[in-house]
Design a protein around this ligand. Sequence first.
Ligand SMILES: [Zn+2]
Length: 168
Amino acid sequence: MPRLPSPNRVKTHYLYTVWEAAQAVGRHRQTVIRWLKEKGLIADRSKVPWLIKGKDLKEFLGHRRAKSKTKLALHHLFCLGCKNPQEPDGKFAEYTQATPTTGMLKALCPSCGSIVNKVVRRADLEAIRAKIEVTVQQANPRLVSQPAPPLNDTSAMEAKTDEKAHFG
Ligand SMILES: [Zn+2]
């Protein structure tokens, strides 16, 4: 995949025709038209030529770059302060079960010290633990619904059977 053009090549306060936009970002006109029709790039399409605000084009390119960048490694967390994925400080994170299948991974950003967290799948926890140290916190019982019956269910059933035996 070719690298996406930098949004810095676009002037915020300029109205671009499709042609000019294509020139500015070094892409084919058809590509820009596809962005408009399918990818959510905004333009004034009420009259011809269509006009794209530099600001919208810039944002569009920015988002697409961000999207292609934010393919996070499992054990990386996105720091809102640094606007970058980060490996937890000291390669250490805390995991708290949130639902039966997912939990919250919490760590400190190594460059700015912010708390970073993200939702991870329980199934991915082992893979994450292969990369960094993770302590698992006790689940908050109010957050974790229990679709499966509790462990002592068998004894409850036995108790019922006993009852039946008594009264049967
Ligand atoms: Zn940070």
